[in-house]
Write a new protein. Structure first.
Length: 307
């Protein structure tokens, strides 16, 4: 391990079938430990400079950060799995990129330790293309490229979040919420935003008032509607394309033509309405490597119920 400073542990945040991110310990050689520790510290220094302005994160405020600003959420408890894995790394599962099915990784991070307690967590974002498995990877040395024949990881050159002293520092809520559960900070649609959502020319509604009441009384639906509206998803949706793409996931999207134009007929019951809204929020997808069907909340393989 590193010769000076706090001991540093490294983990991959693997999305398991239970819907949570489970830290898997990344075991490293002494030489790699020293290099990684220096890299994470440098990235932390670049991410949060002393003269940067700290902006308290407010879910309902659409605030665009300037270059030298960072969002903060104070008095936040980091999810227990992160803390427990750092305190008891010998009890955390070892990370192995060769397992099947391939692990779904949302973050690679460093936990800096002061004695037996973690003092700081440094998070990188992780994308599936950084997992060097089942692909041709080549490395350059002495003027010549050669094939990398073992599985591995490609790390990011920057952090996306720092957690220290019960404070989370970050710049993008959508990114950090992929590996830290922050339901209390997800914006919920206002009544006006719900009305604007239901008033979209994309939809054909039997009873606008009834659907409004369903969404208004459900925090889960209000958060999804806020996300759909905030990301302007509806402007890019084609009803029949959406219906065809939803079908493999066992989701029925009815398409009608009340005025000669294709429209999505939103369900009037809460359960099927949630399925359609969740699909419109792009929370179902195919894994890039295996084409397995996933739901983004848990990355759990999606099972279509047989009729």
């Amino acid at each position: 391990m590193a010769d000076s400073g706090p001991t540093t542990l490294y983990f991959a945040g693997v999305n398991d079938a239970g819907g949570t991110v489970t830290p898997h310990l990344i075991r490293v050689t002494d030489d790699l430990d020293k290099s990684l520790s220096q890299q994470f510290v440098k990235q932390a220094d670049d991410f949060l400079k002393d003269d940067y302005e700290l902006v308290d994160y407010q879910p309902k405020v659409n605030y665009r950060l300037e270059r030298e600003q960072v969002f903060v959420i104070r008095q936040l408890d980091l999810p227990d799995p992160y803390v427990e894995a750092a305190k008891k790394p010998q009890q955390a599962p070892d990370f192995a990129p060769s397992v099947r099915p391939l692990p779904m990784i949302s973050t690679v991070y460093a936990a800096e330790m002061s004695g037996a307690k973690p003092s700081r967590f440094l998070f990188q974002q992780f994308r599936s293309t950084q997992l060097l498995v089942n692909r041709m990877s080549i490395i350059f040395a002495s003027g010549t490229f050669s094939q990398l024949r073992n599985e591995g990881l490609s790390l990011s050159n920057e952090l996306v979040a720092i957690y220290q002293a019960k404070t989370l520092y970050f710049r993008s809520f959508p990114i950090v919420s992929r590996f830290i559960d922050l339901p209390d900070y997800e914006p919920e649609a206002s009544d006006t935003e719900i009305s604007e959502f239901l008033g979209s020319a994309l939809f054909d509604l039997e009873d606008v008032g009834e659907t409004f009441t369903i969404i208004e009384g459900d925090a889960w639906l209000r958060r999804r509607v806020a996300s759909i509206q905030g990301n302007k998803i509806l402007s890019r949706v084609k009803p029949r394309t959406a219906a065809n793409k939803a079908k493999p996931f066992g989701i029925t999207i009815d398409v009608s033509r009340p005025d000669g134009t294709d429209k999505i007929r939103l369900p009037q019951e809460k359960a099927p309405l949630k399925k359609v809204v969740k699909f419109l929020n792009e929370e179902f997808y195919h894994g890039e490597l295996t084409r397995t069907m996933y739901e983004t909340n848990s990355h759990q393989p999606h099972k279509v119920k047989k009729k």
